[in-house]
Design a protein. Structure first.
Length: 164
């Protein structure tokens, strides 16, 4: 696997992280790049499981530590195990993407775009490490073009970014 450009998109709840990442996936795909996403589930507890009637849920309820479902060019993997951030990045990058967008994990090392809804948000988030861009939540709704231009500049800049 070659170098994978990684970029965190961080901010508080409802700051537009998912919306911006979803938009940037389409922008990057339009440039012919493969994109992967790693999302921190910051809502407390485990992520939502498939419905109880599915085989996956039945296997987990019976005690399986993980289940893998494959078919139609898609793989779904559910595992009941704590993994390090480094391991999760490697897992997310296992499909050999060109770019890995990371939603959250604001305290981990890595270049970050910080989304702020207010001056109070910025007061709390400005101490984060590796901030390369700050954008208001409003900009996501009103002026994605400048954020898209910034993303393309970041992507093509000559500095060596994190590899997985």
């Amino acid at each position: 696997m070659g170098a994978v450009k990684t970029l965190h998109v961080v901010g508080f709840k409802n700051s537009g992280k998912t919306m911006l990442i979803s938009h940037w996936i389409t922008v990057l795909q339009g440039l012919g790049l493969k994109v992967a996403v790693l999302k921190h589930h910051g809502h407390g507890g485990a992520p939502e499981l498939p419905p109880a009637h599915t085989d996956t849920s039945q296997f987990l309820q019976a005690g399986a530590t993980s289940t893998v479902v494959a078919g139609g060019g898609m793989i779904q993997w559910v595992q009941q195990e704590v993994r390090s951030f480094r391991e999760l990045k490697a897992l997310a990058a296992s499909g050999n993407p060109d770019v890995l967008l990371i939603e959250g994990y604001k305290y981990e090392v890595g270049e970050k775009v910080v989304l702020v809804r207010s001056d109070e948000d910025w007061a709390e988030l400005q101490a984060l490490s590796d901030i390369v861009q700050v954008a208001s939540t409003q900009a996501i709704f009103t002026d994605k073009t400048s954020l898209d231009e910034w993303l393309q500049e970041w992507l093509w800049e000559a500095t060596i970014n994190e590899t997985i």
